[in-house]
Design a protein around this ligand. Structure first.
Ligand SMILES: *Cc1c(COP(=O)(O)O)cnc(C)c1O
Length: 379
């Protein structure tokens, strides 16, 4: 089956028990045993739930992986992945990543004996020099949040294979519609399903896709042991969202291209970041490894912090809000919102200026979006 068909049909659909076309919400904590020691395949919803299973199978198939796992949030998914490691292990993480991921790696996990090095993942030599005897994992985010840097996935997977490191890609920004890391040999894919996969700003959720029987068994064990699983109703919402993922992603990209091109030519705009633009430094790699560039555009207006604040206050269609990937257009200020977990020094080091604005270009009429940006840029 092809992507669009998988998005609508994957997993146990129509429901085998009833024929229901819409996946039933199995809102139950527990399941009656048929006999002592004999279940109908389900025993307790933390371990497994039929609604969640359809979502897990769907995301696994969309990513081309072995098995999928649905979590309460993207951070719950990441926290669970970190438990594949043990005290003394070292992780090399991309330096420009989602602020919550940075917080988990920088502030939380080191207390459990994990060690992290944050690096820009654009140089083979720099990555190889950072590898130590206890290095176990490479953590990547491409395009990155909010700088939209692109990682050359073939280069990184090649390094990982040579040094026997586990590779993890946070595929939240591109979604499997535009980028399928597993096809390049990545071991684990992580998602915040809160964003494009759900797409309607009405749920927080996360997912992991594995590629081997061994990692699938470990993830299932950890999900159940840690209790980081998603709830049935949330899974149902994400399933509903995924059915329209292909059409949404196409339109997000079309609208984002129009917004990026508009901003690029604007005299009151200093810098535009969108991987679809030829001027973007990761454009060639993005074109090679992705089918499209998705819907996030970051930019810096003229006028310093005052210019940023004025722009954000004047927006009428774009909402000033965290999150991204929704049908609704959102504008966000990484330095004070999604990336406030990074110190000013660290932000400066990775090139995240206080003047950067991140736009999640939604599915409204693009002329309305551009007119909104236009009136907000006038001082
Ligand atoms: C939002 C986000 C996360 C965290 O997901 P939550 O669902 O908010 O916990 C992780 N990675 C990226 C790239 C994100 O944008």
């Amino acid at each position: 089956m092809r992507f669009e068909t998988i998005a609508i049909h994957a997993g146990d659909r129509p429901d085998a028990a009833t024929g229901a076309i819409s996946v039933p919400i199995y809102q139950t904590s527990t399941f009656k045993f048929e006999d002592v020691g004999k279940t109908k395949g389900w025993d307790y919803s933390r371990a497994a739930n039929p609604t969640r299973k359809v979502l897990e199978d769907t995301i696994a198939q969309l990513e081309g992986g072995k098995a999928g796992f649905a979590f309460a949030t993207g951070m719950a998914a990441e926290t669970t992945v970190m438990h594949l490691l043990k005290t003394g292990d070292h992780v090399i993480s991309q330096d420009d990543i989602y602020g919550g991921t940075y917080r988990l790696f920088q502030d939380v996990m080191p207390a459990f004996g994990l060690e992290f090095t944050f690096l820009r993942m654009d140089d083979r030599k720099r990555i190889e020099e950072a590898i130590k005897p206890n290095t176990r994992m490479l953590w990547l985010e491409t395009p990155s949040n909010p700088l939209l840097n692109i990682v050359d996935i073939e280069m990184v997977v090649d390094i990982a294979r040579k040094h026997k490191l586990l590779t993890v890609v946070d595929n939240t920004f591109a979604t499997p519609y535009f980028f399928r890391p597993i096809e390049y040999g990545v071991d684990l894919v992580v998602h915040s399903t809160t964003k494009y996969l759900n797409g309607h700003a009405d749920v927080v959720g996360g997912a992991v896709v594995t590629t081997t029987d061994e990692s699938s068994q470990k993830m299932q064990y950890l999900l159940n042991a840690l209790g980081t699983n998603a709830a049935p109703f949330d899974c149902w919402l994400v399933l509903r969202g995924i059915q329209t993922l292909p059409v949404r992603m196409k339109q997000h990209e079309e609208n984002a291209f129009a917004v990026a091109n508009y901003l690029k030519g604007h005299p009151r705009v200093k810098r535009v970041l969108y991987p679809g633009l030829e001027s973007h430094k990761g454009h060639e790699i993005a074109r090679r490894q992705m089918k499209g560039f998705a819907g996030i555009v970051s930019f810096e207006p003229e006028g310093g912090i005052e210019g940023v604040n004025t722009f954000l206050r004047k927006l009428k269609v774009f909402a000033l809000a965290g999150s991204l990937g929704d049908v609704t257009s959102l504008a966000e200020h990484p330095a004070t919102m999604s990336h406030d977990s990074m110190s000013p020094d660290y932000r400066r080091k990775v090139g995240l200026s206080d003047e950067l604005i991140r736009l999640s270009v939604g599915l409204e009429n693009v002329d309305d979006l551009i007119e909104d940006i236009e009136q907000a840029l006038i001082v």
